[in-house]
Design a binder for this molecule. Structure first.
Ligand code: NAP
Length: 308
């Protein structure tokens, strides 16, 4: 069997088009959604991510603004900025790009974001809403995983789902969303005994580990849907050979750039899975699309609540 490739870029494009239509209608009604992004200092990876988010806002018609305090900012000053954005009516979403510099108390900054504007879905209030199935804001990448399953018509209810990874950002919220969608869910981590055996139970296997190619064909039941959240830069030649030997396109990328992006799932899995997300082009594009969707959702939830 060769897996169906789940085209994340195409699905993300559909979601963005839907969001753009909603934004157009909201703008016509005089209520353009707005996103404020806080980017502290000059972390090159963070700058790339933020550029992508701001560009996506422009494309779907969401108002966006960037706040770029210096690396030396204190926790107190950052809390003042968050408080000011919490108060502003035209700002529906606040995103604090992580990581923050070491002198800043990241937890207290994230806690200070108004939960109604927490478009990353990291605030404990939104974590609680998710676990108790109340309306709230759901972290973007896990929400993207669910959109891929839904739009690819992969059944979730009653299925065995295994999530490898238990981070607050990806693993745990993905597991919670799968439980809420009536899957039977097992969460694995670095202390799991017999990881391949547990993973082989999965009809739906989600890998959110952060290590290239950990999930091999030994971990996968033939025909399973495999969602690969991992984004790992492979720079080591031996590692490259383990994952991509004989892949001419990857060889070309690796030779010219000195690295290539790999998921947590070994490419050999595509030969036995029923469906699989590629890396790049799978889950990655969904994260920004869901940020756009979350900003619209935040605007609707907040303004709806005000009208009650
Ligand atoms: P993380 O916080 O480092 O968590 C990794 C999880 O994997 C932990 O729970 C860890 O277990 C578990 N783990 C590590 N090695 C393992 C092993 N050998 N066997 C089983 N479990 C193992 O990472 P994260 O933030 O969740 O991110 C996971 C991956 O997703 C990364 O590659 C990241 O770049 C990617 N990501 C992608 C997107 C996207 O837009 N596509 C967004 C966010 C993250 P312990 O808890 O026991 O340590």
């Amino acid at each position: 069997m060769t897996a169906v490739i789940l085209d994340g870029a195409k699905i993300a494009g559909e979601i963005r088009a839907e969001v753009a239509a909603e934004v157009k209608a909201m703008t016509a009604a005089g209520a353009t959604p707005g996103l404020a992004v806080i980017l502290v200092g000059h972390n090159p990876a963070s700058e790339v991510y933020v550029r992508g988010k701001v560009k996506a806002c422009g494309e779907v018609g969401i108002y966006s603004e960037q706040h770029t305090p210096p690396d030396s900012i204190s926790t107190e000053k950052l809390l003042e900025l968050v408080a000011e954005l919490n108060q502003r009516e035209e700002i529906d979403g606040i995103l604090v790009q992580l990581p923050l510099p070491s002198q800043v108390d990241s937890k207290s900054v994230l806690l200070a974001v108004d939960p109604a504007k927490d478009v990353d879905g990291f605030h404990p209030m939104n974590v609680g809403f998710l676990s108790t199935q109340r309306p709230g804001l759901v972290p973007c990448t896990p929400a993207g995983v669910m959109e891929i399953l839904k739009r690819s018509k992969i059944a979730v209810a009653g299925q065995e789902a295994v999530v490898v990874g238990r981070s607050d950002i990806v693993g745990k919220p993905t597991a919670m969303l799968l439980i809420n969608a009536n899957a039977t869910v097992t969460v694995c981590h670095s202390k799991t005994r017999d990881l391949p055996g547990v993973c082989r139970r999965a009809d739906i296997l989600v890998a959110a580990i952060g290590r290239a190619g950990v999930i091999t064909r030994d971990h996968v039941k033939p025909g399973a849907a495999v969602i690969d959240v991992g984004m790992n830069q492979v720079t080591d030649r031996a590692e490259f050979e383990r994952l991509f030997a004989g892949n001419a396109k990857r060889e070309e990328i690796f030779r010219t750039k000195g690295s290539t992006l790999a998921g947590d799932v070994h490419p050999e899995v595509a030969a036995i899975a029923g469906a699989i997300t590629p890396v790049p082009g799978g889950v990655g594009p969904l994260t920004i699309a869901m940020l756009m969707a979350n900003t619209v959702r935040a605007a609707k939830l907040r303004r709806g609540q005000k009208n009650l």
